[in-house]
Design a protein around this ligand. Structure first.
Ligand SMILES: Cc1ncc(COP(=O)(O)O)c(C=O)c1O
Length: 375
């Protein structure tokens, strides 16, 4: 028998990645992943990168890309020099690096409940003790966590967005208790209704420890596997070393493409069109939900992002519902995968991948099976 790491005991498969494989089958209507719509790739320029991009590059990322990211961060309320911006191989890598930076077995990590399931997967792998918190309530009265992982803007899975007061109070609570504030912000540009989107890290006082990260997956292309982080001075160099040990640097061809995209004349107009199409998809999905689950379930229309979180009646078993829907080729993610401790039944539905017609069909199936399950 090979002698493998004890950490593997806490390594669980990702429920969503396994379901995405099932979703590849023709005719499956999938609400399970977080995939951008295929039409959002239509206008992207894919001219070939220069040959020098085939060479090794710096761990922190291409300097012009880091500068472009720093300018953008300043424009949204987070002042951070380009020297403290690092390009990531997808923002999922930032979660891995932050976990390596802070978590030893038993270390307390505060998370929202429900929370992004692939972050839970990483934190559990490193042996974290997960401590759920409610935004806006007094936090960690007894033992402060070492790390607080938050997605305040269009959260995955709930789609919720924190108020300005919650943002500034949370930054203060982290700084006051020496908690590393880790803000994950991949959905901020997919905004459909007005709400405060200022980064919580932008409220962090001098001397506080924070990591902010974003992604190019949701507004550009997830296949490029590119994201970025910015961090407080005391953490940045350590994060660079951790990345060095992990993959040397992010893919330079992808970095070149993203830089072209960020500096393209039509970028803002393209983003407006993509966001406009998603807003229409969200509204159509909302209307389909009302038609098929209106008197059975409840939800808040998400002001941005890619998901609806739907609360089900208390007597419903999420997995039994999924099993019935799967028989009819409809897929969604049961809420338990996002939970840190048990809660009322709920499901996460992605509205960006299926066309409105397919979404209507799929939600009709979920409504029928929900009724059948309760009769
Ligand atoms: C909250 C959150 N963080 C991080 C990621 C990972 O994104 P990326 O494609 O940048 O690795 C996702 C992807 O769905 C996400 O929802």
């Amino acid at each position: 028998m090979p002698r493998l790491s004890a950490r593997l005991a806490d390594l669980q498969p990702s429920a969503v990645r396994e379901m995405l494989q099932a979703a590849q089958q023709p005719d499956v209507i999938s609400f399970a992943g977080g995939l951008p719509a295929e039409h959002s790739f239509d206008e992207l320029d894919l001219s070939p990168p220069p040959r020098e991009m085939l060479q090794y590059g710096p761990t922190e990322g291409e300097p012009p890309l880091r500068e472009a990211i720093a300018r953008r961060l300043a424009s949204i309320g987070l002042d951070c020099p380009a020297e403290r911006v690092m390009v990531l191989s997808g923002s999922q890598q930032g979660i891995d690096l932050a976990a390596k930076l802070v978590i030893d077995p038993g270390v307390v990590v505060a998370v929202e409940n429900p929370c992004y399931l692939a972050a839970l997967q990483v934190f559990r792998f490193f042996g974290a003790r997960l401590q759920p918190f409610e935004v806006g309530e007094p936090r960690w009265a007894s033992r402060a966590p070492a790390l607080a992982y938050v997605t305040p803007t269009f959260q995955n899975p709930t789609g919720g967005c924190w108020t300005s007061e919650e943002r500034s109070a949370f930054a203060g609570a982290c700084a006051g208790n020496d908690v590393v504030l880790f803000e994950d912000d991949p959905y901020r540009d997919l905004v459909y209704d007005p709400c405060d989107r200022r980064p919580v890290c932008g409220f962090a006082p001098d001397g506080a420890s924070w990591i902010y990260q974003g992604s190019f997956s949701k507004t550009f292309a997830p296949g490029l596997r590119l994201g970025f982080l910015a961090a407080s001075e005391n953490l940045f160099t350590l994060l660079v070393r951790l990345k060095q040990a992990s993959d040397l640097h992010a893919n330079r061809l992808s970095q070149w493409r993203v830089l072209q995209y960020l500096s393209a004349a039509g970028r803002e107009a393209r983003l407006d069109r993509v966001v406009g199409a998603y807003r229409e998809a969200r509204d159509a999905f909302d209307a389909s939900l009302r038609r098929h689950l209106g008197n059975l379930a409840s939800w808040r229309t998400p002001p941005g992002g890619l998901f609806f979180w739907v609360d089900l009646p208390r007597d419903v078993d999420e997995d039994a519902l999924l099993a019935r829907c799967l028989q009819r080729g409809v897929l969604f993610t049961p809420g338990r995968h996002f939970r840190v401790e048990p809660g009322p039944p709920g499901i996460r539905l992605n509205f960006s991948a299926a066309s409105p017609e397919r979404a209507e069909q799929g939600l009709a199936v979920i409504g029928e099976e929900l009724r059948a399950l309760r009769s």
